[in-house]
Design a protein around this ligand. Sequence first.
Ligand code: PLP
Length: 427
Amino acid sequence: MNNEYAIETKCIQSGWKPGNGEPRVLPIYQSTTYKYETSDEMGKLFDLEAEGYFYTRLQNPTNDAVAQKICELEGGVAAMLTASGQAANYYAVFNICEAGNHVILSSTVYGGTFNLLTVTMKKMGIACTIVDPDSDEATLNAAFQENTKCVVAESIANPALVVLDFEKFAKVAHAHGVPLIVDNTFATPINCRPFEYGVDIITHSTTKYMDGHAMSVGGAIVDSGNFDWDKYGDKFHGLTTPDESYHGVTYTERFGKKAYITKATVQLMRDLGSIQSPMNAFLLNIGLETLHLRVPRHCENALKVATWLENNDKVAWVNYPGLKSSKYYDLAQKYMPNGTCGVISFGLKGGRAVSVYVMGKLNRAAKQSQLADARACVIHPASHTHRQMTDEQLREAGVQPDLIRFSVGIENAEDIIADIEQALERI
Ligand SMILES: *Cc1c(COP(=O)(O)O)cnc(C)c1O
């Protein structure tokens, strides 16, 4: 779809384009394989000489339509779906890294991404330097090595709610000839389109707002097409020199701006196989159709809840980038002026025990590990996701022991506030 359409229209119309007499609604291509008349046609597909489907582990029409919609929402040139957000971040990095390489990672990224890079990919021989996203340029510059291949960060960090200074990070990454990869799960393309600020590759956990109903785990990778792999051909030789597993195809030569996503699809999906099921892609597409309606409501409700909390004398502190009191308010206004996300965090006077007590008294907000879906939900990281840690270790990890993470849903905001109010009254 061309860029003259607004994002609301893209949420509905992008992706599946039925021909004359074809199903109006995106069909679920529940088929592992595709039929051809001649073995020669199949052979060409396996050599990447012809375009077409041959096995769902690599490509499926349902998934491709949904990937295309996400691609257009972000304003990219190519995109793919993955089985999960974890798989998206893994592939996004591993597509351009190998043993002996090095990655720079923002310290506040989602715990799963932190673990992926610092534990699992470390075992694969890929080293990682952690940087504070608020560091100045000189500090960031000092983190680079000869073998650095990319910088990884989040547009709004989960759950620290740090807003990324995109232009600072893009400038530093590009000065060192590497791409900036940003996980845009929390902001979503409705609130922020990171490619406009120099980001090269975007990842998503579609499990969160994109699906929006806590129905299916999934992920996506989108390429802006802006990073010049050939200019740094030695560094990114996997894209710029022949791939013997495909009879010597060179991705940048054959696929141009689609080189990065093509390589991740035909090489990483072929070998590692973290595909999204077509059924999940179908459900994700339904979520995407209302993304532009849901995200503003999440933000509007979150701002009401955060403001109410800030004015309550039982509350010790509130962290929400949409509040003027937030350290990240100015960055949020600059990069996501229409809203940030529906997740807020706060602590109560009296500390950990009081926070746990109040959480237990909430009636509507569910205690659950997943966040960023339609329903209000709440988690106390010190008792749940980080429960093995002592109070001291929690503070070192940037998780205050009293921190309550509240994912504000799209219910009526007054009802959500009333639920918190009755719980606070029981202290
Ligand atoms: C949840 C999440 C992930 C991981 O995604 P899954 O779909 O759970 O694998 C990655 N990044 C961010 C920012 C997330 O919130």
